[in-house]
Ligand binder design. Structure first.
Ligand code: HEC
Ligand code: HEC
Ligand code: HEC
Ligand code: HEC
Ligand code: HEC
Length: 216
């Protein structure tokens, strides 16, 4: 979507009417430069898309049967394997509070619209799902995502402490390979034994296993 958009930018859009011969010469030169630049940009983007298709970057698969996917069905078929996997958008671009707050946060529609004003989708099924995003934005009705990971209310889990100790790439340790999931599902048990085991084995210092660390 972005590629054809760039290619369609009229080359003289930002150049005002000509005056002197010298001026006209300068205008022609600038026009030629911008045209070359636009052609080069289109070429570079096409080449990037092509090389991604042949070798190199991860290509998310085509999903024809969503009924077979693990995890709860969401109101919009939002794919982590496309956004975080193929397009390599960092987890924290959307879950922006994961390193500073107890809750990672689910992105607001505004975050989606930032891209989807331009990105309309390359296949009919993508277009249909992306239309749900723009409709929701227009009607001011944010999607009601089904929560997947949920600890009971008597357990305290500060995300930020974990990200600080384990690093910003540690999501997979607890959530599995989210960047390869068309639909997110729970990988770890989230049981008490799972938490305590990692705490006890933590290097260089074991984390306290006092009941009050995790229980209010
Ligand atoms: C473009 C935005 C975006 C990016 C990038 C993104 N996410 Fe998400 N994430 C979402 C949205 C929207 C949801 C809620 C819908 C869903 O569950 O699919 C979500 C849900 C989740 C959930 C499930 C939350 C629950 O309900 O328990 C996890 C876990 C998660 N993301 C982890 C990650 C990880 C790890 C990465 C990086 C590899 C990542 N996300 C990248 C937008 C994003
Ligand atoms: C940084 C840019 C960016 C952001 C932010 C972003 N998207 Fe996307 N999205 C893309 C791109 C690129 C594609 C692939 C388009 C294609 O090739 O069809 C895509 C595809 C999609 C699709 C169709 C494929 C699929 O995942 O099923 C949906 C639906 C979608 N996005 C929803 C969302 C939602 C909801 C959000 C916000 C939580 C969001 N997007 C945020 C760039 C973005
Ligand atoms: C040490 C394990 C661990 C790590 C590391 C971890 N998470 Fe989580 N995550 C959890 C647990 C446990 C929950 C459930 C928390 C709850 O219910 O209070 C959760 C919940 C979530 C949710 C849903 C919360 C909500 O508000 O709906 C998202 C999104 C999420 N994690 C994203 C991430 C991202 C992104 C990363 C990496 C930057 C990450 N997590 C790293 C264990 C972890
Ligand atoms: C992959 C390893 C890992 C898992 C799994 C894990 N933790 Fe932790 N947790 C840590 C580490 C490492 C720290 C130490 C962070 C620090 O030093 O600030 C920590 C710290 C904490 C703290 C703060 C401790 C303090 O001294 O205040 C709490 C609370 C906590 N974890 C709760 C949980 C709960 C609840 C779960 C399970 C739902 C869990 N953790 C699962 C590695 C883990
Ligand atoms: C590292 C975090 C952590 C520590 C330390 C911890 N718990 Fe838990 N506990 C949890 C989590 C997470 C759950 C909820 C999941 C589950 O039921 O396994 C839980 C659940 C429980 C439950 C409810 C079990 C049930 O089946 O409903 C009890 C009772 C409990 N813990 C007691 C304790 C006691 C007593 C201690 C101290 C000896 C302790 N916990 C230490 C994380 C912890």
């Amino acid at each position: 979507m972005l590629r054809p958009y760039l290619c369609r930018i009229p080359r003289r859009r930002y150049i005002r009417g000509a005056a002197s011969l010298l001026n006209r010469f300068a205008i022609e030169a600038i026009a030629l430069m911008t045209k070359t630049l636009a052609v080069w940009l289109c070429f570079a983007l096409s080449a990037a898309a092509l090389s991604a298709q042949s070798t190199g970057r991860y290509q998310a698969p085509v999903v024809s049967d969503t009924g077979d996917l693990k995890g709860p069905r969401q109101p919009i078929f939002f794919r982590h394997d496309i956004h975080a996997g193929q397009d390599q958008i960092p987890c924290m671009y959307c879950h922006s509070t994961v390193a500073v707050a107890s809750e990672p946060g689910i992105p607001a529609l505004q975050t989606c619209i930032g891209c989807h004003q331009l990105v309309g989708g390359s296949t009919p099924s993508h277009q249909a799902e992306i239309k749900k995003v723009s409709d929701a934005w227009r009607e001011r009705k944010p999607p009601e995502w089904t929560r997947i990971h949920a600890l009971p209310g008597f357990v305290r889990f500060p995300h930020q402490r974990h990200i600080k100790a384990l690093g910003t790439q540690s999501c997979t340790k607890c959530h599995g390979d989210v960047q390869r999931m068309p639909q997110v599902y729970q990988v770890s048990t989230l049981r008490m034994g799972w938490c305590v085991q990692c705490h006890v084995n933590s290097k260089p210092n074991a984390v306290s296993r006092d009941c009050t660390v995790c229980h209010y």
